[in-house]
Design a protein around this ligand. Structure first.
Ligand code: NAD
Ligand code: GLY
Length: 362
């Protein structure tokens, strides 16, 4: 087992990320190490519940816990404010108190909404993340960003609220669809782009999902180590942490513009990373040729690199304006100086002007 500890000195808080094949079958004993209460609410989605719900609940009950399970519809449409009242009511009906625990069992959608519920129910209750997608295992379960979407845009309501424990079992990735697996690869590739040339080059050597799975625990550990170090240095996203948002301003705009139906988060981020790199290359901020290398790697992992409807690019601008990083028309965008090196670039919204003239769509 690999254990990485996220240390947040400002809060005098530490929590472990435990990475081990099969750790899902030890959820009862692992939870007992950090929780001495009796009631646990597990929040999951229908798909994950179908695969893993029964075994997780049985294991927790065998460890002596009183377990209540809340099963939500799968997909980004669940990550909205409207989903929350029914969840709070269900927790209250179960009699969950402040000294009890919530477990998020699922992908980034379940992790984000469950974490936000945990941050606000009874003004805050402990929670554990059990991420079941590659994206959640390398990114969303770590670092304490929790929240939901509004019709106006992505992740516009939320909090910084860290889990007490993250249990990462790569065996559960076997049941992911190819598309959901590729979504996770978008974030893995992001880490190579922003921080780790060697990771980027090793990903170029992996030409199939099977080859990725042969290295999966190493990949998860590498990505979580990068994320943990960045979060420790800048928990509240005021400086270095912003580089984790490489491609995300455009990615979030793409998701929202198509009402979270046409492109997933990973696909939006993939297209966003390419678009921002193209713009930054034309402005001599990014080394020439970087975008081409990025496109090659994304395509190798079955990710889109541009919108299918090029005429939609200009429409993204109105969503970029609603980005929570937009303050009075100033926005910090993340650009690569080269593969493995990212930089925060304070800029005006006019940075994105070439979106309106189609200059990035070729
Ligand atoms: P998701 O949670 O919707 O999961 C994708 C699909 O896979 C769902 O249909 C789900 O039911 C299914 N699934 C999950 N685990 C499975 C398994 N083991 N086997 C079979 N099917 C499984 O999506 P996601 O890609 O995991 O997460 C995307 C979300 O994460 C977005 O809302 C994004 O904003 C958020 N996110 C948050 C952070 C953060 O720091 N909080 C970082 C990155 C992304
Ligand atoms: N996914 C971006 C962050 O955690 O900061």
């Amino acid at each position: 087992m690999t254990v990485l500890t996220v240390k947040l000195p400002a809060q005098d808080t530490n929590y472990d990320l435990k990475i081990k094949k099969g750790i899902l079958r030890q959820v009862g004993s692992e939870t007992s190490k950090i929780f001495t209460g009796s009631k646990i609410a597990v929040i999951t989605d229908e798909t994950v519940h179908g695969y893993y719900g029964a075994s997780v609940i049985t294991d927790l009950e065998a460890a002596g816990f009183d377990v209540h399970c809340i099963v939500l519809p799968p997909g980004e449409q669940t990550k909205t404010f409207d989903s929350m009242p029914a969840i709070y009511s269900s927790l209250a009906a179960f009699g969950l108190t402040r000294s009890d625990l919530i477990i998020a069992l699922g992908g980034g959608v379940i992790g984000d909404i469950t974490g936000f519920v945990a941050s606000s129910y009874l003004r805050g209750i402990s929670f554990v993340q059990i991420p079941t997608t590659l994206l959640a295992q390398v990114d969303s379960s770590v670092g304490g960003k929790v929240g939901v979407d509004l019709p106006e845009g992505k992740n516009l309501v939320g909090a910084f609220y860290h889990p007490s424990l993250v249990l990462i079992d790569s065996l559960v990735l076997e049941t992911l669809t190819d598309s959901a697996f590729s979504d996770g690869m978008a974030e893995v590739i992001k880490y190579g782009c922003i921080k780790d040339l060697s990771l980027f080059n090793q990903l170029l050597e992996l030409t199939s999902r099977t080859e990725v799975m042969e290295k999966i625990d190493w990949l998860i550990e590498t990505c979580c180590t990068i994320k943990k170090n960045i979060v420790q240095a800048d928990e509240k996203d005021l400086g270095e942490r912003m580089i984790l948002n490489f491609g995300h301003t455009l990615g979030h705009a793409i998701e929202a513009y198509y009402h979270y139906e046409k492109y997933t988060h990973g696909q939006g981020v993939a297209i966003g990373m390419v678009a921002i790199s193209r713009i930054a290359e034309t402005k001599q901020l990014t080394k020439v040729g970087t975008t081409e290398r990025l496109v090659t790697l994304l395509q190798q992992h079955h990710l889109p690199t541009e919108l299918t409807d090029h005429e939609d690019y200009p429409h993204l601008l109105s969503y970029i304006k609603k980005d929570k990083k937009n303050i009075d028309g100033s926005l910090t965008v993340v650009v690569l100086t080269d593969i493995g090196h990212a930089q925060n670039k304070p800029t005006a919204l006019s940075f994105f002007d070439s979106l309106t003239i189609g200059g990035i769509t070729n």
